[in-house]
Design a protein around this ligand. Structure first.
Ligand code: ATP
Ligand code: MG
Length: 561
């Protein structure tokens, strides 16, 4: 996406993308009375922002049209189900704001029914047991431009196929020695239609069905049947499944289950400076290049949550990017832009000094502490005010003072006035330096008539700076994140290179900030705008009196919108 075409941070109302148009037409024509969708993750990893796009579509459409969306763990592979992944998936879908109600399923719940459909297919003369090895099959299957060769077992009788499939089921064949194939079309230019394998022998126990099965259905056969069994109306998946759709339809048209699902495909989300493949994300975790799945630099839903993203901003992002049928790359700056817009409206303000410089107000009484009201969120009146302690010794940002300032420098310099946010107008009267010549203290006088930052005489004060009271400030660890990769497409590497070479060595910098005392004990997950600095979220590593903050995003867009 080019800089100029960056859309606004709010989703346009009435974006009737093609999935909505299909559902509208189905409802209008009476083909569908209740919209039923499903989200089918394989529980072998954590959900990422790409999955969030699918979730917003699957759950989002069901919600919008008053239907239901099923959460279905796709566990047709008899591998160990990792409870960690299953729980994380459920937690993340809920956090994104969606609910499957009673409709939580496993693909393996349907193994009996799918098996019965396989028998029916054999009886219809539409499936056969084949003994070609995977190697041999490559040769038989051929190339798209030329018809393939039929398997020598293609014309077996129904009785023989039933007996052979029974032998497969009882474990009389080793893995790879026999498969059940759908009898479709060996001349089809679509290779997925050239008698695909629909059942294979796997002598592995399944976490759900134990050692009941020695044969397992293939995804392409199981998925349409799972959808039909659950009464799914709109089975929405990513574009790479488009070439599988003819077989999906063949399964449904041949077996004629009571309910007729349809598959629709959309373009997956790709983000700049981000890897989204589960394998690569797992490698980042296992190789300890990040601190776990929920490292705030990860594009995982749990990583984004820990970083401080709101579910609203992720849903809004998914709506803005829209749903299309062509693959493209989305600028990660757009995601940051959307979260910034949301946080600007919703997050309370607070003062934090990242790079402290002492400021002493010479004419302020030595032991006086005033608790000054500060507006929590100028974008949200209901957020109210809090009290911030003010005293004679403060810390300000080092960058806000310059001894020999150019004319255009409107912040503190000897002789110039600035407004201390929510407090008083102060005038700089000089500074002190340490032995190395670095400024160590800025000296000011304040105008007691300007409490709250107003100037009753109407004089102009150009700059307002933030501060914390030296005696009351709390040290906080701040984790400043940058993009995890230095390249737009991290997988773009020269010959012999590795995508890991594109990791950004500066993706995490840790610093100590001084924050106002109201932040000493904030709960993990609390989000703030540190005035003039950026958006921050309290990390679970925080302890009472020792807060830790993750920077969600900087205050301003790095691009012009
Ligand atoms: P695998 O590479 O292991 O197949 P996957 O990313 O497809 O992984 P699944 O758990 O199978 O992961 O995904 C669940 C659903 O999320 C699928 O319907 C898939 O199409 C969708 N999905 C996955 N990645 C993206 C993405 N980047 N954008 C949109 N949808 C996605
Ligand atoms: Mg998948």
């Amino acid at each position: 996406m080019s800089e100029t075409s960056m859309p606004p941070a709010e989703a346009p109302a009435g974006n009737r993308h093609f999935i909505r148009q299909i559902i509208d037409a189905d409802l209008a024509a009476g083909r569908v009375s209740k919209v039923v969708t499903r989200f089918p993750p394989e529980p072998n990893g954590y959900l990422h922002i790409g999955h969030a796009k699918a979730i917003c579509l699957d759950f989002g459409m069901a919600k919008e049209y008053g239907g239901e969306c099923h959460l279905r763990m796709d566990d047709t592979n008899p591998t160990r189900e990792d409870v960690e992944y299953v729980e994380a998936i459920q937690r993340d879908v809920r956090w994104l704001g969606f609910d499957w109600g009673e409709n939580y399923f496993h693909a393996s719940d349907y193994f009996d029914e799918i098996y019965a459909y396989a028998i029916r297919l054999i009886k219809l003369g539409k499936a056969y047991v084949c003994h070609l090895s995977a190697e041999e099959w490559k040769d038989y299957r051929g190339v798209p431009e030329k018809p393939g060769k039929p398997s020598p077992w293609r014309e077996r009788s129904v009785e023989e196929n039933l007996a052979e499939f029974e032998k497969m089921t009882r474990g009389e064949y080793d893995e790879g020695a026999a498969t059940l194939r759908a009898k479709v079309d060996m001349a089809s230019p679509n290779m997925h239609m050239r008698d695909p394998v629909i059942y294979r022998v796997r002598k592995t126990a399944h976490h759900n069905t134990g050692d009941k099965w020695l044969v397992y259905p293939m995804y392409d056969f199981a998925h349409p049947l799972e959808d039909a069994i659950e009464g799914v109306t709109h089975s929405i998946c990513t574009l790479e499944f488009e070439v599988h759709r003819p077989f999906y339809d063949w399964v449904i048209d041949t077996l004629k289950p009571a309910s007729r699902p349809h598959q629709y495909e959309f373009a997956r989300l790709n983000l700049t400076y981000t890897v989204m493949s589960k394998r690569r994300l797992l490698e980042l975790v296992q190789e300890k290049r990040v601190n776990g799945w929920d490292d705030p630099r990860m594009p995982t839903v749990c990583g984004l949550r820990r970083r401080g993203f709101t579910p609203e901003s992720i849903r809004n992002f998914c709506e803005i990017i829209g749903v299309t049928k062509y693959n493209s790359m989305t600028d990660v700056a757009l995601l940051e832009h959307v979260v910034r817009a949301d946080l600007n409206k919703t997050s309370p303000r607070a003062m934090a000094v990242m790079n402290p410089l002492k400021l002493v107000i010479e004419n302020y009484p030595e032991h006086l502490v005033e608790n000054l009201p500060a507006v929590n969120n100028p974008e949200d009146e209901a957020a109210g005010t809090r009290l911030v302690p003010f005293s004679r010794e403060l810390f300000i940002e080092r960058e806000d003072f310059m001894e020999d300032a150019p004319k255009k420098f409107f912040r503190l310099t000897p002789g110039r006035e600035v407004r201390l946010r929510w407090a008083y107008v102060v005038r700089c009267v000089g500074c002190e330096k340490d032995a190395d010549g670095n400024v160590s203290v800025v000296r000011c006088v304040y105008d007691p008539e300007t409490r709250g930052g107003n100037t009753p005489d109407g004089r102009k004060v150009k700059a307002t700076i933030h501060w914390v009271s030296a005696a009351h400030a709390v040290p906080a660890e701040v984790r400043l994140y940058d993009r995890l990769f230095v390249k737009e497409d991290p997988t773009d590497v020269p010959e012999g290179g590795d995508w890991r070479d594109n990791l950004n060595p500066d993706s995490l910098k840790t610093a100590t900030a001084l924050v106002e005392p109201s932040l000493a004990d904030v709960p993990a997950g609390a989000r703030f705008q540190f005035e003039r600095i950026g958006y921050f979220c309290a990390d679970p590593d925080s302890a009472p009196g020792a807060p830790v903050f993750n920077r969600t995003v900087t205050l301003k867009d790095s691009k012009k919108f």
